[in-house]
Design a protein around this ligand. Structure first.
Ligand code: NAP
Length: 240
């Protein structure tokens, strides 16, 4: 049985990805930072539903020592989904250096740590899949989210460069760029903003976490064997 590690899987998109990959037959490592109860409940639920040996493991992905400890406990990883992320809306002129650093520490450096810890086994195996979660704002930029947009653009650059470097080792690195997805990350948006976003979306709906999970499932599975270094937009047509 192959093992998938999903960062930030205690809730939202990561939770849907973990559930989908367990349903696909993976043993899933449910990473979380603060939401221990939710992560452990998910791992228990996945074990009951799929008897897949799933476990919840705590690690702040921005912290190298914690990430190394998580990978040591997790064992060999066939599929790494770098999903953990934070967002923040603030005028660029109000951003502090701490805001900027925390955004990049979690959303970019977290991927650097996790990829470096996952790769030695993948390189030995001459196979493996890394799927990074970016955002459509990393493709086109969002007002009042300059540090988030810059971090998510960095994720796309990381994906493309790493895909070139580890492709010869049989490892695929791809990226999913979600549009507006209904999770706690967007809970602060008011009804008018949600309506406007829906109206701007050609398919006329806000996405569900399961829509991202379906794209990750494809990239994690055998049907994506000739795809690497790509950015798969899952955004209802908002960014084309
Ligand atoms: P969410 O509901 O806020 O969930 C965030 C997840 O990330 C939680 O499981 C959280 O774990 C985890 N996390 C946060 N900081 C972490 C850290 N330092 N170390 C480990 N885990 C950490 O967000 P979401 O909407 O599901 O977003 C998931 C990903 O999709 C993010 O990368 C986000 O940028 C991206 N995305 C989301 C949307 C959207 O519309 N929702 C759109 C584009 C891209 P704890 O609760 O345990 O802290």
């Amino acid at each position: 049985m192959k093992t998938a590690l999903v960062t930030g899987a205690s809730r939202g998109i990561g939770k849907a990805v973990a559930s989908r990959l367990a349903a696909d037959g993976f043993r899933v490592i449910v990473n979380y930072c603060a939401s221990q109860g939710q992560a452990e409940a998910l791992a228990a639920e996945l074990n009951t539903l799929y008897s897949a040996g799933c476990t919840a493991i705590q690690a702040d992905v921005s912290d190298r020592a914690q990430v190394e400890k998580m990978f040591a406990a997790a064992g060999e990883i066939d599929v790494l989904v770098n999903n953990a992320g934070i967002a923040q809306q603030k005028l660029f002129t109000d951003l502090t250096e701490q805001d900027w650093d925390r955004m990049f520490d979690v959303d970019v450096k977290g991927m650097f740590h996790c990829c470096q810890c996952a790769l030695p086994y993948m390189i030995r195996q001459k196979r493996g899949k890394i799927i990074n979660v970016s955002s459509m704002w990393g493709q086109v930029g969002a007002s009042c989210e300059v540090h988030y947009s810059a971090a998510k653009a960095a994720v796309i650059g990381l994906t493309k460069a790493l895909a070139k470097e580890v492709g010869p080792s049989g490892i695929q690195v791809n990226c999913v760029a979600p549009g507006v997805i209904e999770t706690e990350m967007n809970a602060k948006l008011d009804a008018d903003t949600i309506r406007e976003l829906r109206e701007e979306t050609p398919l006329g709906v806000i996405g569900a976490a399961e829509d991202i999970a379906a794209a990750v499932s494809f990239l994690a599975g055998e049907n994506s064997r000739f795809i690497t270094g790509q950015v798969l937009g899952v955004n209802g047509g908002m960014i084309i």
